[in-house]
Design a protein around this ligand. Sequence first.
Ligand SMILES: [Zn+2]
Length: 291
Amino acid sequence: MGRVVHMFTSRQRVILRQIVSPPYVYRWAGLLTTIGLVVGVTVVVLSDVGAPAVVAAGTSPAVSSGPAGVPARTAEDAPARGIPGQARPAITSSRLSVTSTTTDRPTVALTFDDGPSSYTPEVLDILAENQARATFCMIGEQAVAEPAMVQRVVAAGHRLCDHTFTHDATVGANDPSLISTQLGRSHRSLATVVNPPVDVDYFRAPEGKWSLQLDQVAAQTGMRPLGWSVDTLDWTQPGVAAIVASVQRSVHPGAVILFHDGGGPREQTVAAIREIIPWLHDQGYEFTFPT
Ligand SMILES: [Zn+2]
């Protein structure tokens, strides 16, 4: 060792000693550099892993836009405004058709549930005055009792929707064979109450109480499960202004708007659509059927 040391000059020996046993300041510098490198590499690795997740979130279909750049509503977006004791169940089916259009024009589908009733003629008059089409989700036993009313609806170019024979909100809990019997009866009653028989294009579960088997049987019976994207809550009789405002606040291209022309006093609904339908027309909306 001593001979090796003598191979270097005293200056070289000092440098060698500092390399083998560096002063504390260099040891700290080395440690901090190592920590810095480890942290830096970790940040780079984590940001690489995170990037695809951020991109995926940004392209989620949940933020898809409607034809006019207005965010399209999904079933999950449907208003969930609760009214104590009267809350409607959320739409749970993934197969519901809740948008009415795939065109680039702003369209809305007006739907009326729980008729026919004594209010249906007034609704038909207002639709005719505005050259608007609508879909009527009828209760079978009421349709059978008022065939002329159903005939008038069909003759005016509107479409029919099966809303069960007795507005049975528990139908979806039954087994498929019983549902098939029930929907067969209501579908047939609507289709054949008019002459000639008509297609019944849609099925809407009473109170929006859907089930997978209800969806499937409706489809097997040739009816498209029909939901909605704007709930006017008109059946709670919140006042004409509130019904009008609910549409003005929530309407969007492709909206399916839920009204009721039966099931209780519907003076408010009739008065509200007298304002809403011309307003929608002024906004550039066309009236079409759910697709
Ligand atoms: Zn109903």
